[in-house]
Ligand binder design. Structure first.
Ligand code: ADQ
Length: 467
């Protein structure tokens, strides 16, 4: 593969993420769906690397195993730790803080202790299995202490970290009682990558303010090494989505979906994990208001909202689900006709090919998070629109807004603006729709997930070299 850089062939790569990139099937394990796994697995296979992570099941005590020619090294996490480290500290303390979705601050020392100890277990595992001079790539907010812990044990390895979610400004981050520890953990890296340039500058500012480090040109000076800080916007496997969208089965399914929905003039679509950062509620309210004012017509305009079940054990997620389901009920009660609901709501994880068929059926895609690291749904929607038509309404607060400037960009906190954006998308002239969609597709085609992984690993390789 001509795009694979020499980074992948020089040193073995070891990846660490909360989850292993596999799911259980009837007869063993299969790679998890998703572009990230598809981009990273071939790289590991070529470099003879290993992926370190949790199986997803607390009762598992699985020995290292192989899937598709890649070594997988399970890290056991107990049920209690999942409650404290994962649901608690990662998803109830860090997630809202990093997405400026602040509620009452609940920072709990027992959760922090579990976070620290699971991070330590990852670091020890990595230290034990990483070959001499290996490249270690650590992923996401669950593992921010691992780089520092690993460097202490293994100064020979080159350490990179990529944060998939936003990194907050100092004013928010400094609420965290363990703020210095987190920054110190990340400063164990040779390279720290963020989705947006703003994440990188926020991180540098926090390191300066909290630890008084010396920083210049995206480089932080530590006692004996440097940490490079930069942005690497993640993407999707454009070719694969396009190919799936072009298949006969997808085309058939797309027309079937349109027919089932009663062949409306405009199908609006939302696809999100059911997360309070995704702005599903405000989107539904804007839609309801437009119906109420007669600016949308339930006979001509329908909304399909797919909400994927996620983090169901966390209280805020239960509340969010209840709110959304009440809203859907209210809107349908008021505006639907027999056999023709105006909101079609699915609380389900769909197979990827069904999702692609839905994207193709969607005339207007509504991606309106309050805050989002990147948002891959926005990119998948455009990649699936091989017909060159369709409009993306996209929140300015999604990382994707930096690149996808041909979307209808909107501030989702401003309900009037959101309503206007929806109407603008619905009424957009065909010529403008096609022009914008071509721009979106060009942008995503030229920076896909393979390019993202190559850029990160190349930068990591050079970051690890002596200055
Ligand atoms: P997420 O918050 O999960 O990811 P997103 O980037 O939109 O958000 O990715 C969701 C993925 O799940 C998409 O690839 C989508 O196809 C899939 N998906 C969603 N609903 C589904 C359903 N019902 N059935 C099947 N598949 C479904 C985090 C960050 C993002 C960042 C990514 C990657 O929050 O900001 O873009 O990581 O870095």
């Amino acid at each position: 593969d001509s795009t694979s850089n020499d980074a992948s062939s020089r040193n073995p790569i070891v990846i660490a993420a909360n989850r292993l990139p596999v799911m259980r099937t009837d007869d063993g394990w299969a790679p998890s769906p998703g572009g990230l796994v598809r981009a990273l697995l071939p790289m590991l296979r070529e470099s003879g690397g290993t992926w370190v992570g949790w199986t997803g099941n607390s009762d598992d005590h699985v020995e290292p195993f192989h899937v598709d020619g890649v070594d997988l090294h399970p890290v056991p996490i107990s049920e209690e730790e999942i409650e404290l480290y994962y649901e608690g500290f990662s998803n109830d303390a860090l997630w809202p803080l990093y997405h400026d979705a602040l509620r009452d601050s609940t920072y709990d020392a027992a959760q922090w202790e579990a976070y620290r100890s699971v991070n330590e277990r990852f670091a020890v595992t990595l230290a034990n299995i990483a070959p001499t001079d290996a490249t270690v790539w650590i992923h996401d907010y669950q593992l921010q202490l691992v780089p520092g812990m690993l460097r202490e044990q293994r100064p020979d390895v080159t350490i990179g970290f990529f944060l998939h979610i936003p990194f907050p400004p100092y004013e928010l981050f400094s609420r965290l009682p363990w703020r210095e520890e987190i920054i110190t953990g990340l400063l164990g890296c040779d390279l720290v990558g963020f989705q947006r340039p703003k994440g990188a500058t926020n991180f540098i500012a926090c390191a300066q303010q909290l630890l008084g480090v010396d920083a210049h040109d995206g480089i932080i000076e530590n006692a004996e090494y440097q940490t490079r800080v930069d942005s690497f916007p993640i993407s999707i496997d454009f070719g694969e989505v396009e190919e799936m969208a072009a298949g006969r089965a997808t085309r058939k399914r797309t027309s079937q979906i349109r027919a089932r929905l009663g062949d409306p003039e405009v199908i609006m679509l939302g696809v999100d994990r059911l997360d309070y950062t995704k702005g599903i509620g405000l989107r539904l309210q804007a839609f309801a208001q437009l119906l109420e004012d007669g600016r949308l017509d339930p006979e001509r305009h329908v909304l399909v909202q797919v909400a994927t079940p996620t983090r169901e054990a966390v209280e805020h997620y239960k509340d969010e689900r209840a709110q959304i389901e009440r809203l859907v009920g209210e809107i349908n009660g008021r505006f639907s006709r027999i056999g023709l609901p105006v909101v079609h709501y699915l609380y389900q994880t769909l197979p990827y090919d069904e999702l692609i068929a839905l994207y193709r059926a969607g005339d207007v895609m509504l991606v309106t998070p309050f805050r989002d690291g990147m948002n891959l749904v926005a990119k998948e929607y455009a990649a699936a629109h091989i017909d060159g038509d369709g409009v993306l309404v996209l929140s300015e607060f999604a990382g994707a807004a930096d690149e996808l400037t041909d979307a209808v960009l909107v501030n989702p906190h401003d309900n009037e603006a959101l309503q206007d954006a929806i109407l603008q998308a619905v009424a957009m002239h065909r010529h403008e729709r096609r022009h914008r969609m071509a721009g979106l597709r060009d942008q995503i085609r030229k920076s896909d997930v393979q390019g993202w992984a190559d850029r990160f690993l190349t930068a990591l390789l050079h970051a690890g070299e002596a200055p």
